[in-house]
Design a protein around this ligand. Structure first.
Ligand code: BG6
Length: 508
């Protein structure tokens, strides 16, 4: 008997790289920071990895009065400055041949007519096949006007097996009510299945690894419940200030910018039940169940904290306080640090606090999820032998040093039975040779392929606002956030919040 070696691979083989179908992507807000630093380089890196169909075309839509050459130069400069995979003339020439630029304001009907002509021209000259995605990398206040014109020019309409999709960036509203209004605007012209809401944290490898770790291994799941877990801490810390983003950030703050989307999604992935099938519908449904089971603590004054960074020294640099940043009103009450305690009202998590914190100008840039286990019910050693050991913890290091850490007690070498904390580490960089793709590479490709598991559903967005709205309303009555010194771990009230529970924040 001979062993048959298959020469053709099964088209259903998940290991095959997924390649975009022939299609076009139109970016509104192409001159913005996000497009320049993240979207354009991600598109190029996808092309460089051979993951975009040769027909792929990219159209920029912006107010500037640019010639096609100006646009090409802009795109090239952004790619050269930020590509992850290195600049390659061949890839660039291929991408360049599909670049188009439409100049106009968001309310100019003539510009949309030109856009419609451009899309039709791409279909006939490059074979984009009537498949087009519209990426709204613009403030949500412009969504209604863009949506109206897309609809007036019929750009949202498809024929036969063609597709038309919309990709939107957060903030998905300012609260529950505005999130619903925004969704109404979009859902009038696109079906929910054609709406891709970007939460770029879900595109990070380590975030997807939460599901791999939980559901592909036998050893964690039995412990993943209130019987064994003491508490969960989810931290997203940045050492930078708001930089040039005053216009976006002021009035938004840390809770809306980070907790409403990134941290509640991390929490949902950590706490959710195993989906029966690994389909977008089931993954989203399990996350939604967690979000709708969230309970707030009774005393929001004690169990939430908010702060605003003051001026001072960070590392070797003297930095300005939030209120001194360019474009920030001197009396702004926007928080640059937020911490909240939540419960998930399910049997699995009954009584386990989830502590979430996010902030700018903190000690260092780090995002992690720490699942902290209860102490052993009994140990046969004396208390002094355990004086240097704490609780077991499993830390999912989302960034920058991607991996997992297991913290456990081990015997100190010597004649006594001293136990001390040690760590076991898995580091992506050591275990795998390939670099992780940027989150936007994964998400843009998924949107072009039409794969939705990594995009939150509108129901998740609304469930997240339902959690946050009462906290935000409470904070509105509380005046100025507590100042904290740059380079620290936030205001004293955040430390007090955990101390009252006889716990402390991990020092990442
Ligand atoms: C964005 C926030 O969603 O995430 C920014 O709007 C923040 O304020 C950024 O700086 C951080 O992203 P990352 O991937 O660097 O952790």
């Amino acid at each position: 008997m001979t062993n048959e070696i298959p020469t053709l691979r099964d088209p259903q083989d998940r290991r095959l790289p997924r390649i975009s179908p022939p299609c076009g992507l139109v970016i509104f807000g192409i001159t913005g920071d996000l497009a320049r630093k993240k979207l354009l380089p991600a598109i190029y890196d996808l092309a460089n990895r051979g993951l975009l169909h040769p027909a792929f075309s990219l159209t920029g839509f912006a107010r500037r009065d640019w010639s096609p050459q100006d646009f090409e130069e802009y795109v090239r400069a952004s790619i050269e400055a930020h590509t992850r995979t290195g600049f390659n003339e061949g890839t660039w020439n291929q991408l360049r041949s599909g670049l188009r630029f439409v100049s106009g304001t968001f309310d100019d009907p003539e510009a949309y007519r030109q856009l419609a002509d451009t899309v039709a021209e791409l279909d006939s000259s490059r074979g984009t096949g009537g498949n087009h995605a519209f990426y709204l990398s613009i403030p949500p206040s412009y969504f209604p006007v863009v949506a109206k014109h897309l609809s007036d020019t019929g750009l949202n309409k498809r024929q036969g097996r063609e597709w038309r999709r919309v990709i939107i960036e957060k903030p998905f509203g300012h609260n529950l009510e505005s999130a619903r209004e925004l969704s109404d605007v979009i859902s009038q012209i696109f079906d929910e299945q054609d709406v891709f809401r970007i939460d770029h944290y879900l595109g990070k490898e380590t975030v997807q690894n939460i599901m791999a770790m939980r559901f592909a291994n036998a050893m964690f799941e039995p412990l993943w419940k209130a019987n064994y877990v003491d508490s969960v801490q989810i931290t997203m810390a940045e050492d930078i200030g708001i930089g040039t983003r005053a216009g976006y950030y002021d009035g938004i703050g840390a809770a809306r910018d980070i907790i409403q989307n990134h941290l509640l999604q991390l929490m949902a992935l950590t706490a959710m039940e195993e989906p029966v099938h690994f389909t977008p519908e089931e993954i989203r449904a399990e996350k939604e169940k967690v979000l709708s089971a969230v309970r707030l603590p009774d005393d929001l004054a004690a169990d939430t904290a908010r702060g605003q960074y003051a001026g001072g020294w960070q590392g070797g640099d003297q930095v300005r306080g939030y209120l001194e940043e360019d474009g920030i009103p001197a009396e702004s009450t926007t928080e640059t640090f937020a911490a909240i305690k939540l419960f998930v009202g399910t049997r699995r998590w009954a009584g386990v606090p989830f502590y979430l914190r996010a902030g700018k100008r903190l000690g260092k840039r780090v995002t992690e999820i720490a699942v902290i286990f209860k102490r052993s019910a009994h140990v046969p050693f004396g208390n002094s032998d355990l004086s240097e050991s704490g609780q077991n913890a499993l830390v999912i290091r989302v960034q920058p040093d991607e991996g997992l850490t297991l913290k456990l007690g081990a015997k100190v070498p010597g004649t006594s039975m001293q136990v001390r904390d040690v760590t076991m580490d898995f580091a992506y960089g050591h275990a795998f040779t390939e670099d992780s793709p940027e989150a936007y590479e994964r998400l843009i490709l998924d949107a072009l392929v039409g794969s939705a598991p990594l995009f939150p559903h509108q129901r998740e967005v609304e469930a997240s606002w339902k959690i946050l709205d009462p906290i935000l309303s409470f904070w509105e009555t509380q005046g100025q956030p507590e100042p904290y010194a740059p380079g620290t771990w936030g205001p004293q009230s955040a430390h007090d919040m955990l101390a009252r529970d006889e716990r402390f924040w991990r020092l990442p």
